[in-house]
Ligand binder design. Sequence first.
Ligand code: ADP
Length: 491
Amino acid sequence: MNYLKKLLFYLNPVARLGNVHYSYLFPLIGTTSVAFILQLYINLILKDPSAIGLYAIGLFVALIIYFSFRDGILGGILATLVTVLYYFFLIYSLDYHGKQLTAGIDTTFVLGLIYLFLAVTIGWLKQAIDKSIEREADGKAHLQTIIQQLPVGVLITDSKGNITQANGQADTILGLTTPMGFQVGSKNLVPSIYKDKLTNPSKTPLLQVLQTGKPILRKEYVLLRQDGKKLQIQINAAPIHNTFGKTIAAALIINDVTVQKEIEQRKDDFVNMASHELKTPITSIKLFLDVLSREVTQYKNPKANHILDSINEQTKKLQQLVNDLLDVSRLQTGKMSIRKERFRLDTFMQELIEQLKNVSPTQHIIFVKKSRVFVFADKFRLYQVLTNIINNAMKYSSGKGDIIVKLEKQKEKVQISVQDFGIGIEQNQQKRIFDRLYQVSDDVSKTFPGFGMGLYIVKEIIRRHRGKIWVKSTINKGSTFFISLPTISKQ
Ligand code: ADP
């Protein structure tokens, strides 16, 4: 049975597509054998060589096509050569003379040329197909090796969501040998938790990607492995399209971020503890400073007063820094409380801007408002948001140009904008400045002191008010920060 299979494989030209090891002996021996058997048939059964004419042409055309498709150009040419020689032998055995002989030779010559053309064309096509199949297979092999060596886990499914490939790292992370052909979405390969909830198999990223055709980026899960270990993983999933845009597969990249998360957690815990510990002594220093200031004022010593003012200023900065650190910690642990009340935003902003007007001696803050706006929000937190944005506007314009603050009422919303004419922010940095501890690191921005906490806190406060914050900016021309908040009616 096995031999029969092997023989069929050897004879089947389609099964050999992509195989560039061509045989030359087989076309030679094959065509000669057929010619030999035909000759035996003529001699022993037909007994008349002229009766075979057209059948011979058909038979040998088939042979030439077969060999050129099986063994390429040379295979086809060899089959043609044997055929032509056999045709000459037939003419010889028919004992032609004169005109008949010339006609026979001419026909054989013309047929030979046609056969040769057929052999070369089909053979060339076959070799081209083989080469492209080989190239594709080589590319696949390269890709396989790269995928296997990647330090991240990779799972690939076909268009129906059946796993077709998984690398070693995927098995290590998942804690099992990934079963090939497993239908994602049928059940969880490994149970996982997303945002404190056990994930539903039908929401598995690979399936979502196949259904929507859109990639999923940096989603974080907790993997509950069979061996009891919990792993923090970050995944990216993307559909794979063919050249016609059809989704033919999907790929999932799994990154084990457990260690990274642990370090981050320890760092957050440290920042939280340190800022709590710092808060009390700083508050005391501030109190004692106030008392001391009152005492010193009595003695009318300008030098001492000046020194005390400087200490006061630095202590305020320190207090602000500790407060920011505490806020970041609160946000990280979900402990920032928002106490909302109903108030008039326009008057609230008017007062706030009055207070900030004296901060910079060279810059004016122009407040443009048209209507009365009521909001239901945390006053203290909104104060924090607005001072932060306006202080940034002053800081990053180095005291040059005015700051324009606008309040515009829109449908069920209010839009606040703060415009400066300062250093501006590059397009590719504009989203990132709202990330935790993110600071633009170009040569100009680097010269400004800061910790990159402000805008992160601002964004989170706005988010907790169901609002939005974004920026439009042109480098060297200035920036406008926009905040949109829901409004309430007067009552
Ligand atoms: P910090 O000012 O302490 O560095 P922020 O979170 O307030 O931190 O701001 C993050 C970054 O955004 C800043 O480092 C700065 O590069 C950029 N940035 C913020 N506001 C402006 C502005 N008005 N103009 C230019 N750059 C700004």
